[in-house]
Design a protein around this ligand. Structure first.
Ligand SMILES: [Zn+2]
Ligand SMILES: [Zn+2]
Length: 559
């Protein structure tokens, strides 16, 4: 609807009746849309997001609903939801899992609550299909969130294949108009299963019995614009509000999911890849990898670094190479040298020359040397090429962005190069992200392949988690490390920007950690709070924003 506000007409939502009527009330000017945008549960969820992430409710409602296309609202019937179709014969994977039959029971009987699922690689799609089938059999609908829209994740394809296009709504991109139409159809109950990326966690699914968050440790599940939220937390809150079963699924779960102490559904018998740890050879050419590459016919070689190499020394003046504009390091890629930081063409900051001696290493260089070793063609995915698995008779070289839920595996070799770089990356969760990516890549070697990981630290819990196919020890280690760093797993973290009065105001919330720095004349605070204190902090943050002490609050920043 449209209302007058400070002399302008602005759009808003009708939330419901109130007892708290202000003295001056203005009339609604017009009703903009006949669509009901959220029901009570949906509004309760948006209120939860608003409080937990300290964001205005209006901003959350805006984000939780798709852009409206008025033409799509014309001529829609107002009948109740269709009933949920039943009688599919689901795969039976979960019976062979620890806690699997308890999960199946919970879904069948509509017993709400959260679970962690750690599927065997070959069951990543089918375990979710089974859970969804049980939910539909119980007469309720299911919502499955996947971290990425393109290429369509294997889990999404498995669901579409099992239940058919007419029962499954795919909220994975598409035109604004198509998205809005699907959203209205979802709300009308025309689909039994909704599969979508991050914003679909707010999809208005009537009679919701199950929420699955696929690859829940994936960084794309955290919204990186205001209002910030994490799909994992929103899913748990929604499950609570709508009395649904919530499954957090990942081959390598996040520390956050593990810290919840939930029942973990995992294979009774270990089904993992034989993983060999070897010392790194020159540029990644460990002798064992060289031998394996010579024999393999279908392989993925993971190299975390892009490009061909880093400029080490200027050939003009002999000084160490650095960017003339910003002193950043210079990378050679696709035949030209550019600054890693500011992307300026590579020029020496001492003499302006643009000829450098390179320290070789990176995906382009790996492609070059692997092509000399392997007896099948070696390729590297171009920047604009969608990620894919290597074909039969192909070795593919790729980086973190190429490791996706592509469905299936069947590679005879997966190699992880430069594993020890992960520990040197900035960021508190860099190691955890690396473990998840390595695990997902290594899983492609199921059922008959092998994996070779190059690391100097075979006993590091991160490396050991790859050998075991089980990150339990890594999580214990990670938990300790995060606590020592002042940002314990499960604490609520905010980056707060404001003026110099900010640190004293924030200290009043008894923070676990409060780090203060000054950036461009503004005070920037990193704040870790006990989750129980977030509501009070949020209320005070609004008051401080009015006084301009706080200018910005970012929840759950990538640390
Ligand atoms: Zn630069
Ligand atoms: Zn120079």
């Amino acid at each position: 609807m449209q209302v007058p506000f400070h002399g302008r007409a602005v759009r808003g939502w009708v939330l419901g009746p109130t007892e708290d009527v202000p003295r001056r009330v203005l009339a609604v000017k017009k009703v903009v849309s006949p669509t009901r945008w959220f029901d009570e549960g949906g509004l309760a969820l948006c209120r939860w997001v608003s409080e937990r992430y300290v964001a205005p409710l209006a901003a959350v409602l805006e984000r939780a609903t798709p852009p409206r296309v008025a033409a799509e609202e014309v001529g829609r019937g107002s009948g109740g939801p269709d009933t949920v179709a039943r009688h599919v014969s689901p795969p039976r994977v979960l019976d062979g899992y620890r806690e699997g039959s308890r999960l199946v029971d919970a879904i069948a009987t509509g017993t709400p609550g959260p679970w962690v699922l750690r599927p065997a690689p070959e069951h990543e799609g089918s375990a979710v299909v089974e859970a969804v089938a049980r939910c539909l059999d119980a007469g309720r609908r299911a919502l499955v969130i996947v971290p990425e829209a393109a290429p369509v994740p294997g889990t999404a394809r498995a669901i579409a294949g099992a239940f058919g296009d007419d029962r499954v709504a795919m909220l994975l991109g598409g035109s604004k108009r198509a998205r809005y139409r699907t959203w209205l159809d979802v709300q009308a109950g025309r689909f039994d299963v909704v599969v979508g990326s991050r914003p679909s966690i707010f999809a208005p699914v009537p009679g919701l019995g199950l929420i699955v968050v696929g690859r829940e440790s994936h960084p794309a599940l955290r919204e990186d614009r205001a209002p910030y939220y994490h799909v994992r937390d929103v899913a748990l809150a929604r499950g609570d509000i709508e009395r649904a079963v919530v499954i957090l699924s990942a081959m390598a779960p996040s520390s956050e999911a593990v810290a919840l102490g939930l029942a973990t559904v995992a294979p009774r018998r270990r089904s993992w890849v034989p993983v060999e740890i070897v010392g790194p050879g020159p540029e990644g050419r460990a002798p064992r990898l060289v031998r394996a590459l010579r024999e393999c016919s279908r392989a993925f070689v993971f190299s975390p670094l892009p490009g061909y190499g880093i400029a080490a020394v200027c050939r003009g003046c002999g000084r160490p190479a650095a960017c003339a504009v910003c002193q950043g390091s210079l990378r050679s890629s696709e035949g030209s040298v550019r600054c890693v930081v500011c992307e300026a063409p590579g020029r020496c900051r001492t003499c302006g020359a643009s000829d450098f001696g390179l320290r070789r290493g990176g995906q382009e260089r790996v492609e070059e040397w692997a092509a000399r070793i392997a007896r099948v063609p070696v390729h590297r995915l171009a920047a604009d090429e969608p990620p894919r698995l290597p074909a039969d008779g192909e070795v593919l070289v790729g980086g973190p962005e190429d490791v996706r839920d592509l469905g299936g595996g069947g590679l005879d070799l997966v190699a992880i190069l430069d594993a020890d770089l992960a520990g040197r990356r900035p960021g508190l969760t860099a190691r955890e992200r690396a473990v998840a990516t390595w695990t997902e890549a290594i899983a492609w070697a199921r059922p008959g392949g092998r994996a070779i990981v190059q690391s100097m630290h075979a006993n590091d819990p991160a490396i050991q988690s790859l050998v075991l196919g089980d990150p339990a020890r890594f999580h214990r280690d990670e938990r300790e490390r995060r606590a020592q760093a002042g940002f314990p797993v499960g604490s609520a973290v905010f980056r707060v920007v404001g003026d110099e009065a900010l640190p004293d105001e924030l200290a009043a919330f008894d923070p676990i950690t409060l780090l203060v720095s000054t950036v461009d004349g503004q005070t920037v605070c990193l704040l870790a709070l006990d989750p129980g204190r977030v509501a009070a902090f949020g209320r005070q943050a609004r008051a401080l924003a009015v006084r301009d002490v706080i200018t910005r609050v970012e929840a759950e920043p990538h640390l």
